[in-house]
Design a protein around this ligand. Structure first.
Ligand SMILES: [Zn+2]
Ligand SMILES: [Zn+2]
Length: 456
């Protein structure tokens, strides 16, 4: 460990109680995406009491502050997420919600980063700027609520990072880092892990439209929307063998409830799903086939179907050179044997951190300290020191490695990175193309149908 790294460790340790208090407070105040006002207010107050001036998103939770080292150089964004999940049967759920993805620990860690950067000498030898950002709504849930926010003009995108990107929160930024909490057996010594990236997704809502009638006495007068949906799911399942392994497609429709009683033919049946893949291009190809399956199923039953597609998360690509730098930082902090970075492994889940990596080098790595199942009812924080304090130290080590030494490492990574899109606007223009609302099967007076299930 260098003297500078030892200073970082000391600066975080000096603020440990504040970090641990924040972890417990945020755990006890979980709120889902775009409603995380309590966490936003708590962290705002803490950041301001450290002397930071914040730029708030305003009509949604989320804020950033920027620390200028006083010397020219790249801008590094360090992020924390605000949102919890609906999981009412978690034993510690509050109003049906829990931080069973551990995002609350990110807020506590970022507060530790902010406090440590205020310590005397913390910025010595660094150049460029550090932007600390709290981001809402990473979890892609509650599509109906977000659609309402969209219709009300509050948001345009369903997830926090690209929504903040649209609002200019990433303007002028050059490189990004984030730490997500991980869960492991408390006896497992590994502290930090990372893989090469993860899938992206779009969000799909499929509403099958039938006709109600007496289910026993007059089913011939009805059109069964539930059966149409089941046919659609069968067709989608049969299409799975056409998915190519290289694309890592994941399609997992969930029925969102039937508008009916047991003696009524269901006249409406709603499916929601993500369509996930390794590239935006693969998402577009397979999504078209799945939409065709839904339209075909509706037609077979004489039903209608409304298909709504919304941009979800972009795929995340972790730059290997940047991963190497972070891997070394983690090893400097906890020792070589507690760090496992896999440069081949790919995750099929998604995160809106992917949107960031589409326009600048970014790595999201994992810091252990929780137990149980992520997104599960047994998820608990086992060791806040590992989960939050280690995370803060590691992120500060990364800032030091990137922005010290005239920011030579950051400049090299940025110069060699080939982002998929040259700007936030270019990315936003592309994902906007995924937005679709179609009445996919429309019948004429003779019962013939016009099928329309794809974007122009
Ligand atoms: Zn999650
Ligand atoms: Zn998460």
């Amino acid at each position: 460990m260098t003297d500078r790294q030892q200073l970082i460790v000391n600066n975080v340790d000096a603020n440990k109680q504040m970090i641990f208090d924040a972890e417990r407070w945020l755990w006890a105040h979980p709120q889902t995406g775009f409603t995380e006002w309590e966490a936003n207010e708590y962290l705002t107050e803490k950041f301001e009491s450290l002397g930071y001036e914040l730029t708030q998103a305003g009509n949604i939770p989320g804020f950033y502050t920027e620390i200028d080292t006083g010397k020219p150089g790249p801008t590094l964004v360090i992020m924390g997420e605000l949102d919890a999940l609906d999981i009412s049967n978690h034993p510690e759920s509050v109003n049906g919600m829990t931080h069973c993805c551990g995002h609350h620990a990110q807020g506590a860690a970022l507060l530790g980063v902010a406090a440590a950067l205020k310590a005397p000498g913390a910025l010595d030898g660094l150049c460029g700027k550090i932007r600390l950002m709290m981001v809402p709504a990473e979890e892609m849930i509650q599509l109906g609520f977000r659609e309402q926010l969209r219709n009300d003009g509050v948001i345009h995108f369903f997830s926090g990072k690209i929504e903040l990107m649209r609002r200019g929160f990433y303007d002028g930024a050059d490189i990004a880092v984030m730490v997500h909490g991980g869960s492991s057996n408390p006896n497992d010594p590994v502290d930090f892990t990372c893989n090469s990236g993860n899938n992206g997704c779009i969000m799909k809502t499929v509403k099958f439209k039938g006709k109600s009638s007496h289910a026993g006495g007059a089913p011939h007068l009805g059109i069964n929307a539930q059966y149409a949906a089941m046919l659609g799911m069968q067709a989608a399942n049969d299409l799975r063998e056409t998915f190519q392994e290289k694309d890592m497609i994941r399609f997992h429709p969930v029925a969102m409830g039937v508008n009916c009683a047991v003696n009524i033919i269901p006249d409406e049946f709603i499916l929601e799903s993500h369509v996930r893949a390794k590239t935006i291009a693969a998402i577009e190809v397979e999504n078209k086939k799945l939409n065709r399956a839904m339209a075909g199923a509706a037609l077979a039953m004489g039903a209608g179907v409304e298909i709504s597609d919304r941009p979800g998360h972009s795929p995340a690509y972790h730059d290997p050179a940047y991963m190497k730098l972070i891997e070394q930082c983690c090893k400097d902090l906890v020792g070589d044997d507690k760090v496992v970075f896999d440069y081949q492994a790919w995750q099929t889940g998604t995160s809106d951190f992917g949107d960031v990596t589409q326009i600048m080098p970014g790595v999201q790595f994992t810091c252990m300290g929780a137990t149980g199942t992520v997104h599960g009812i047994d998820y608990q924080v086992a060791d806040a020191n590992r989960l939050c304090a280690n995370s803060a130290k590691a992120q500060l080590f990364v800032a030091e490695a990137l922005l010290g030494n005239e920011a030579a490492a950051a400049k090299e990574i940025i110069a060699n990175y080939k982002p998929a899109y040259p700007s936030a606007k270019a990315l936003i223009d592309t994902v906007n193309r995924l937005i679709m609302d179609k009445d996919a099967v429309v019948y004429d007076e003779n019962g013939n149908a016009v099928i329309d299930f794809q974007n122009a």
